[in-house]
Design a protein around this ligand. Sequence first.
Ligand code: DQA
Length: 146
Amino acid sequence: MLNILVLHGPNLNLLGKREPGVYGSTTLNEIDKLLGQEAQALQVKVSIQQSNHEGVLVDAIHAMLGQHQGLLINAGAYTHTSVAIRDAIAAVNLPAVEVHLSNIYRREEFRHHSFIAPVAIGQISGFGWESYRLGLRALVNYLNKN
Ligand code: DQA
């Protein structure tokens, strides 16, 4: 069975309380539950981790080797700053889908650039928690075809 790593980056542990006008009122726990249900429907396994620390996210990506076949990642603000996370994804060379709750292109200019996008198979941005569901589906479809 395919095993997908889901990574949530910094500040996403505060979802529900954090700028609900931008990110919605769904908590990270609720998103994880919904991802679990979606994984069951797609007949894949998901392992889910959240960290506020760049190096922890890099380590988690390295640890995919031999364990996971794909990565679903919302790197939060590290999307716009982290060459290290981008290089980690390139290093393990496993398919990754980038997701964002908000539409990063409708927001401040500093959010318009993603270091992750060039090493991802695709990006889903702007659908709230549904971005994760759509992203998981897209990733599993890709893995089943390739
Ligand atoms: C985010 C968008 C980022 O710009 C921001 O720093 C986040 C969340 C999103 O899911 O919309 O922390 O990745």
